[in-house]
Design a binder for this molecule. Structure first.
Ligand SMILES: [Mg+2]
Length: 373
């Protein structure tokens, strides 16, 4: 593994990036709200990554980008780089279907304990090394997928282009967990008990609690806050969840509201704000948490010295995946249409107006080291 120096995702993606709200960073491209009527997507909700409407929006953005860059060369095929078979795989299949394009996806999760393997499964190639991207490229060419101007290359950002899964992904998670902890600690002040927080967070962050937390980190942060604030006995509440009597976040926040006179006075306004956001259908209702996540995430970009040992970079900094960067630069130079997708909430990936004026970057513009084989 080698350090290839400092750069940003925008080196190869420019502003051709969307975060969860489906508003492209490039203002020349249409966003979700511009596309709703043409695509028949009702006002209000934002399609999630695994939904067919998400794919239809991405296809419209890709086509608009291609019309700008290479008007005579419509997209005819799709290459997708990602790190999760389920989430990225579903998005990939949906985009192929929505665009009526043949496609090939590279899904990697590094596992250096196993011998390197690139396993072909239908239109997927599953790799246990990011460096197998070079073999993937060869296979694409063999299958008649040249990286020319008629190929769109969609690159997942989180744990693919940055924080490669199995190699550096833990640093992204650490930034988020630290943001939850910091938010809860700031709100509770002297009443904050770090050990109690850790226990509740680690316990409820397990996949078997996803039906209760909706696998939503805003919900989980709010639940942790209320459970360690003394409003409930945390063990008793988790027993209620285990017994199937507390089944959803909506049920939980309604229970908190029904006891609102007993809420810690320090938490009354944040409870009211989150409840109002949830009732308005906002999927990221805990704004101070996401703002802390932005700071903790951006703070881990390029935070270590250039001569830091590779092991320290891998465990302490969010890194660009050199193999992805190298392939992307090459494919872009051959004319392919590159586009980055991130499932991060916009509040955790973009600076607000004040921070932007102070020079804070968007996640895809943040400078960090690029590391790879
Ligand atoms: Mg990902």
């Amino acid at each position: 593994m080698k350090n290839y120096g400092r750069t940003a995702l925008s080196e190869f993606l420019s502003d051709r990036v969307v975060y969860r709200k489906l508003v492209p960073a490039d203002p020349q491209l249409p966003g979700l709200d511009d596309l709703r009527s043409r695509l028949g997507i009702p006002d209000g909700g934002t399609p999630r990554k695994i939904e067919p409407d998400y794919a239809r929006v991405i296809v419209a953005m890709l086509q608009a980008a291609r019309r700008l860059d290479a008007p005579g060369s419509p997209i005819e095929r799709l290459v997708y780089l990602g790190d999760t078979h389920m989430l990225d795989g579903t998005a990939f299949s949906n985009i192929c279907q929505a665009g009526d394009w043949p496609g090939i996806a590279f899904i990697a999760s590094e596992s250096i304990k196993e011998p390197p393997a690139l396993v072909e499964q239908g239109t997927f190639m599953l790799a246990n090394r990011w460096a197998l991207l070079a073999d993937f490229e060869r296979k694409c060419l063999e299958k008649g997928f040249p990286f020319d101007e008629r190929t769109a290359v969609v690159i997942d950002l989180d744990k693919t282009a940055v924080g490669a899964r199995g190699r550096n992904g833990q640093v992204i998670d650490n930034a988020r967990v630290q943001a939850v902890e910091q938010t809860v600690a700031e709100l509770l002040g002297t009443a904050f008990d770090p050990q109690a927080f850790r226990w509740v967070y680690d316990h409820l962050n397990q996949p078997r609690y996803h039906p209760f937390t909706a696998d939503n980190q805003d919900y989980l942060a709010y639940i942790c806050l209320m459970l360690i604030s003394g409003l409930f006995d945390a063990h008793a509440m988790i027993a209620e969840v285990d017994a199937g009597r507390m089944v959803s976040f909506e049920q939980f926040i309604a229970l908190v509201e029904s006891r609102s006179t007993n809420i810690d006075p320090r938490l009354k306004s944040i409870h009211a704000e989150i409840l109002a956001n949830v009732q308005a259908g906002d999927p990221t209702p805990f704004k101070p948490f996401r703002s802390n996540e932005y700071h903790n995430t951006i703070g881990r970009f390029g935070c270590l010295p250039d001569d830091a040992p590779i092991t320290e970079l891998l465990s302490g900094e969010i890194l660009i995946t050199q193999e992805v960067r190298q392939a992307a630069l090459k494919w872009r130079s051959q004319g392919s249409a590159l586009f980055g997708l991130s499932d991060k909430p916009d509040e955790a990936a973009l600076p607000d107006a004040k921070l932007a004026a102070a020079g804070y970057p968007a996640l895809h513009q943040a400078i960090t080291h690029s590391v790879g084989e």
